[in-house]
Design a protein around this ligand. Sequence first.
Ligand SMILES: C[S@@+](CC[C@H](N)C(=O)[O-])C[C@H]1O[C@@H](n2cnc3c(N)ncnc32)[C@H](O)[C@@H]1O
Length: 240
Amino acid sequence: MANAQTPGEKLRWARANRRMFTGVAPRYDLANRVISLGRDDSWRAATAEFAVPDHCALALDLATGTGELGFHLLRRCDAVVGVDITPTMVEQAHRKVLERGAGKRFQLAIADGLHLPFADDTFDCATNAFALRNFADQPAALAEMRRVVRPGGRVVSLELTRAKSRLLAAMHRLYMEGVVPLLGAIASRGNLRAYWYLPTSVHRMPRAEELAQTMYTVGFRRVTYRLYNFQSIAIHIAEV
Ligand SMILES: C[S@@+](CC[C@H](N)C(=O)[O-])C[C@H]1O[C@@H](n2cnc3c(N)ncnc32)[C@H](O)[C@@H]1O
C-alpha cells in the first residue's frame, strides 16, 4: 500500500490508527509477548543499545505506545521523551512510569509523529518500535525523526520486515495470517479487527534494503540494518 499523499488522507489515516490502538491498549503488552513468542523485549533492548551505545542525555521514543522501549532507553540516558498519538496507549505508559518511579526522567506526550512539537536538534537519538508501518507517510516520519535529532546522533527503527528468501517469506505469511490473528484475538480478549490488520500492515513495509535506501534519500548517513527471527524483524540504524 502506498503512503498517503494529501493532508486529508494523512489525517484520516492517523484517526483510524488511533481508534484501533485505543481498543488494543489495555492488553497490548500481553498480546505482543504472545505473538512474538516472548522475543519482543529482547528486540527492544537491542534497539536501545544500537541507539545509545554508551550513554546519552535525552532520547526520543516515537510511537512509544505502552512505553516498553522507552524504559530500555532510560537505562542508558538521563531522560526520555515518549510520544504517541493514542491517549489510551500513553495512559498505559504513564501508569508504568508512576509504578516504576521513573518520575520526571520519562516524560510522555500525545502528538502526531508527522508533526513533532520539538525544535530541530533537540534529542541525542530517536527510536521507534513496531511503528513505522502505521504511519501514513513513512519517509515523512523518518524525516521528522531526523529533524529533531542533533547531527551525529542516531535514529533506530525496529520493525517487521519481508524476508528476501521465498521460503522464509512463505513461512512468515503462514504464521502472520494463520496464527497471529488467533493468538492476538485470544490475548486481547476478542479484539479481532486489530489482529487481522497486523498481517496486512506488514505488506506496507518495504524490504530491509529498500528501507535503508529510503533512509539515505531522507538524508541519513551510514545506514545499516540487522535481521532477526528468520528475517522477519529488522533493526535499521542510521546517523543524522
Ligand atoms: C504497534 S504499536 C507500537 C508501540 C511501541 N512502540 C512498542 O514497542 O510496542 C504502534 C504505535 O504507533 C502509534 N502511532 C500510530 N500512528 C502514529 C502517529 N501518526 N504518531 C504517533 N504515534 C502513532 C500507535 O498509537 C501505537 O501506539
